[in-house]
Design a binder for this molecule. Structure first.
Ligand SMILES: CC(C)(COP(=O)(O)OP(=O)(O)OC[C@H]1O[C@@H](n2cnc3c(N)ncnc32)[C@H](O)[C@@H]1OP(=O)(O)O)[C@@H](O)C(=O)NCCC(=O)NCCS
Length: 159
């Protein structure tokens, strides 16, 4: 594996990212509650990150503006890394880059639906008071504060 480089998502990256996500998750992903927060929405390109192994896309993470209760908040996902470069910290760095950019842009917190053992490594903790717009294992709803003042998100998640 050569040196991996990271940069925000560019408009032209979408076909490569969509292909990576499709292969990582399969068609079932559209049935997920998280997808209700993405359909009809657009990723925040400046806060979504891509990883590159030379000219080859190695991984990507997307961030979206949604609401929980009355509060605007960032929603993270999907995240996917090419099977050949997994377990080298690319996923973790993608999350860190996205969180740093979000904090710099003035956002207070991020939430997601994902595996706690993985996202716990990068600062995500349970968000028991977020109500997803569809069936979900509540233990997989997690949030990460980006500032010391951030309070846990609570209420219905919606676009
Ligand atoms: C999840 C994913 C993005 C991680 O990418 P990555 O670049 O391998 O991540 P990192 O290198 O930062 O971390 C790898 C470690 O996380 C572990 N890990 C990966 N997925 C995990 C999960 N769902 N739950 C717990 N641990 C997980 C790996 O076993 C590895 O452990 P190790 O360091 O002891 O070897 C990648 O495995 C992937 O694309 N998976 C398919 C898509 C997916 O499931 N995405 C959502 C996950 S909730």
């Amino acid at each position: 594996m050569t040196q991996i480089t990271y940069r925000p998502e560019a408009p032209g990256d979408a076909p490569l990212i969509d292909d990576l996500i499709e292969r990582a998750f399969g068609p079932g992903r559209y049935a997920k509650a998280a997808e209700r927060l993405r359909e009809g929405n657009r990723p925040m390109l400046a806060l979504s990150f891509t990883a590159w192994d030379g000219a080859v896309l190695a991984g990507a993470v997307r961030l979206w503006t949604v609401h929980v209760g009355d509060r605007p908040i960032l929603f993270l996902g999907p995240i996917a890394v090419e099977p050949g470069v997994r377990s080298h910290g690319v996923g973790q760095r993608l999350v860190e880059r996205a969180c740093e950019a979000a904090a710099q842009a003035g956002w207070r917190s991020i939430f997601l639906v994902g595996d706690a053992p993985y996202f716990g490594r990068v600062g995500f903790v349970p968000a028991p008071d977020v109500v997803m717009p569809g069936p979900v294992d509540q233990r997989r709803v997690l949030w990460r504060p980006l500032t010391a003042e951030a309070t846990p998100p609570a209420g219905l998640a919606r676009v």
